[in-house]
Design a protein around this ligand. Structure first.
Ligand code: KG4
Ligand code: ZN
Length: 339
């Protein structure tokens, strides 16, 4: 099945053409980062407008790159939620319009479902598997038993890991989104230089908390201001990264033990992080667990990842009605009720 996938949940307008839910024929991502950087974060109204301007050219480019026309499409998979309502509406409406015009089915997919299955675009992972999704809006541990069969084992009770990265970068005077910059600077710093808290490390749950860590970084910069570039800034970045990766790895280890998992998927934008990738590789090596982390180009928001669950749903007749709407919040555990 040739599926057109569309993603507009936040600040990336993306479209991809994927064959049989596995083979990427094209993947186009138009990022709005430069537009939002001036405001220090994503401005919803500006995001909606930028999606409107980009959606048609991005879809045309994806079809062109795949060497196909609209008439070759057999289905459309699109992010239905969670995300910014106005932003989601742009992609969702485009998907409906194409489905109606071409008389093909479309399916609304959960954005995090896309992240979970991004590794399938390189290599399939057998069910069941444990998944750590770390992005700008999510820090969740899921048990994945099949398409649509997800159980949340733990989640952040405040900031997401990516959000903590971006907020700490802002505190240190870096541009939005600073996650990747902290990662780069951390590689030249001493992770033991500054003592930072390990929130909820021993609370007995699989939940996370990152807001206290952000406050600790703020207090540290008030006590000892850092300029960029400097060794002190690199040390603070390395110490922050160490704290985040320590907690993520410890909770993942506990979840592996609790569920007797033999496979782990790490996905989402923060899965690009060099420290986290190394830490997870070491953990899985030590525990005899098969690790799947997508190539960095598939960790961040993209449309191709949505075609994996999308292809499954479309080919099993699980399609969306034209009356369906986007949803800004959407619990992963409730997806099975829709199947
Ligand atoms: O999955 P994603 O592209 O969008 C959401 O669904 O949120 O994740 C974006 C997040 C941002 O917070 C960004 O700063 C973070 O991923 N990120 C990183 C790195 N690359 C992206 N955080 C830490 N280290 C990185 N190398
Ligand atoms: Zn995402």
């Amino acid at each position: 099945m040739i599926v057109l996938a569309i993603e507009t949940s936040c600040d990336e307008t993306a479209a991809a053409v994927v064959k049989d839910g596995r083979e990427i024929l094209s993947s186009v991502i138009s990022s709005q980062i430069a537009i939002h950087a001036a405001y220090g974060g994503v401005v919803p109204e500006i995001a909606s407008r930028a999606h409107l301007q980009s959606i048609a050219p991005v879809i045309s480019q994806a079809l062109h790159d795949a060497g196909i026309g609209m008439e070759d499409l057999e289905g459309v998979a699109v992010t239905r939620g969670p995300g910014l309502s106005g932003a989601l509406l742009v992609g969702f409406s485009a998907a409906k319009a194409i489905a109606a015009a071409r008389k093909i089915p479309f399916v609304g997919v959960h954005h995090i479902e896309g992240h979970l299955f991004a590794p399938y675009l390189e290599r399939e992972v057998a069910f069941p598997f444990l998944a750590l999704v770390v992005s700008g809006g999510h820090t969740h541990l899921y048990l994945v038993e099949g398409f649509g069969r997800y159980t949340t084992l733990g989640r952040t009770i405040d900031d997401a890991a990516g959000e903590a990265y971006d907020k700490c970068a802002k505190i240190m005077g870096m541009q939005y989104p600073g996650g990747v910059l902290i990662d780069r600077m951390a590689q030249n710093g001493d992770p033991a230089a500054i003592r930072l808290p390990r929130p909820l490390l021993r609370d007995g749950t699989l939940n996370f908390s990152f807001s206290g860590l952000k406050t600790a970084v703020l207090q540290q910069t008030i006590k000892t201001p850092v300029s960029i570039p400097s060794q002190a800034a690199d040390d603070l970045c390395a110490s922050f990264q160490e704290a985040v990766c320590h907690v993520l790895a410890a909770k993942t280890e506990a979840a592996i033990r609790q569920t007797d998992s033999v496979r782990l998927v790490v996905a989402g934008g923060v899965a690009c992080n060099s420290g986290l990738r190394l830490r997870m590789a070491a953990l899985c090596n030590q525990m005899g667990v098969e690790l799947s982390i997508p190539h960095p180009s598939l960790c961040g928001d993209n449309a191709a990842m949505l075609a994996v669950p999308g292809d499954y749903y479309l080919s099993h007749g699980l399609i969306s009605a034209f009356s369906q709407d986007v949803t800004a919040t959407w619990d992963m555990d409730s997806i099975k009720d829709l199947l």
